[in-house]
Design a protein around this ligand. Structure first.
Ligand SMILES: [Mg+2]
Length: 324
């Protein structure tokens, strides 16, 4: 069936029926506005993201269900980065003419499954025809207890820099997909997992002085913390956590460490910790890795290479408006 046969309202009704009831959602899809109740004592966090076919994803390399999941995860990751709990999502779709309803159903199924995984609910959105590529606009709302909010601006000289998980796997997968291969780290690229539990554990234990999620690349996102906190940092290249797949790739070409430094789309949490709070890291549900130290702003951002050289880092994350 084509979307033109089902119609916009038929499509929305299909989605509405697939969304489970949730506490806190007084009125969900189907009225002029969603009506929502927030937990007492918590602040509202809101973030929005636009995914455009052939800019952010290629339909040939991904299936629609995983794309639905990823659309949720990359947004929820921003809530995790502030120490919050994701609650509500809004989905806007610009759909090319002739797009198969089966593909839309698969996208929505993946989207709703990911919402359920994170304990969040789709509460509204909009659809229209796109004259060009598929457009996906997602807005996420979360909440955080007033005294547990973590911003980018709190890093202090002497703080340690930590990151969760491993870095560079998504970028390694993308390079290999572009080369026509089937990479073993493809899951990190197609189906990233937002670090909500870890973000909550960090925030509720009041561990991070500043935090961000790694979406643009380690150095670019650390750069955002440094700018907001008006400090510098030294990152130890030898300390970067890498998977066995990237480790193997590094064995044949050590320059591939750039994938961990600047690759992007890792969706790990990058955070700073004062020396007094480092002992509290033991309460975390998973290990995290110390990769550097916050220094005075005049020192900027530098990477200590394996040979001991200190290399000033240009902020080389993904910039959509840069001429290539
Ligand atoms: Mg972010």
């Amino acid at each position: 069936m084509k979307l033109s046969e089902l119609g916009e309202f038929g499509f929305i009704e299909r989605i509405r029926q697939a969304v489970a009831k949730a506490p806190g959602v007084v009125v969900g899809i189907g009225d002029d506005c969603a009506v929502l109740e927030l937990p007492p004592g918590e602040r509202l966090l809101t973030s929005t993201d636009l995914l455009i076919e052939d800019v952010h994803f290629r339909r040939a390399w991904t299936d629609m269900e995983l794309l639905g999941r990823k659309s949720v995860s990359v947004n929820v990751s921003d809530i995790a980065a502030m120490g919050g709990t994701p609650r509500h999502l809004y989905l806007g779709l610009g759909i090319p003419a002739g797009f198969a309803i089966e593909d839309l159903d698969a996208f929505v199924a993946g989207f709703l499954a990911a919402c359920a995984d994170y304990g969040a609910t789709l509460v509204g959105g909009d659809t229209c025809r796109s004259p060009g590529p598929l457009l996906i606009s997602v807005t996420v709302e979360g909440t955080v207890p007033v005294d547990e909010l973590v911003c980018r601006s709190g890093a202090q000289v002497g703080d340690a820099v930590y990151v969760s998980g491993t870095l560079g796997d998504s970028a390694l997968a993308l390079r290999r997909l572009q080369a026509g291969e089937t990479p073993e780290t493809a899951g990190r690229h197609h189906n990233p997992r937002a670090r909500v539990e870890l973000g909550r554990a960090l925030a509720s234990a009041r561990i991070p002085s500043a935090m961000i999620d790694v979406s643009d690349g380690l150095l670019a996102d650390l750069g955002h913390i440094l700018e907001a906190s008006v400090v510098g940092a030294e990152v130890d290249e030898a300390a970067l956590p890498v998977s066995t797949s990237l480790r193997a790739a590094l064995d044949s070409d050590s320059e591939r460490i750039e994938l961990a430094l600047s690759g992007g789309e890792d969706y790990e949490l990058l955070f700073t910790v004062s020396p007094e709070r480092e002992a509290a890291l033991a309460v975390l549900p998973e290990p995290v890795t110390r990769i550097g130290t916050i220094v005075h702003g005049s020192a900027g951002l530098a990477v200590k290479k394996r040979n001991g050289d200190l290399r000033p880092a240009a902020l080389a994350g993904y910039n959509h408006f840069r001429q290539r």
